[in-house]
Design a protein. Structure first.
Length: 111
């Protein structure tokens, strides 16, 4: 495996990116938790783990207001790109999926 990519395949990175994206988009740990059906401490823990795994500070708190750091802004832009790739993948794969009910009928059909 390519060594620089290794950090992205450890520590449950994709769920952490989903949490980070929601926090950055909504500007709130609480609202992100509500959207993702996660408790606020879980959201905060995921953000800490992501920051640690990437080795950069992603968010700064100015009183009660959250701001993305320059690294956080870069990661947020990359999250948008990454999620667009997964949306496109989902659209392409959906063309190859057979509905479950139909799939069972095809298995029983004479061949």
């Amino acid at each position: 495996m390519r060594t620089p990519l290794r950090r992205y395949f450890r520590h449950g990175l994709f769920p952490q990116l989903m949490v980070f994206e929601a926090v950055a988009r909504l500007g709130s740990v609480t609202r992100a938790g509500e959207e993702l059906y996660l408790a606020q401490p879980t959201v905060s823990m995921q953000l800490r783990k992501l920051s640690g795994a990437l080795g950069v500070t992603l968010l700064e708190w100015r009183g009660r207001r959250m701001e993305l750091t320059p690294a956080g802004r870069e990661l947020y832009a990359s999250c948008e790109e990454l999620f667009e790739v997964f949306d496109a993948l989902e659209r392409r794969l959906s063309l190859h999926r057979v509905p479950v009910a139909l799939d069972g009928l095809l298995a029983d059909a004479p061949g």
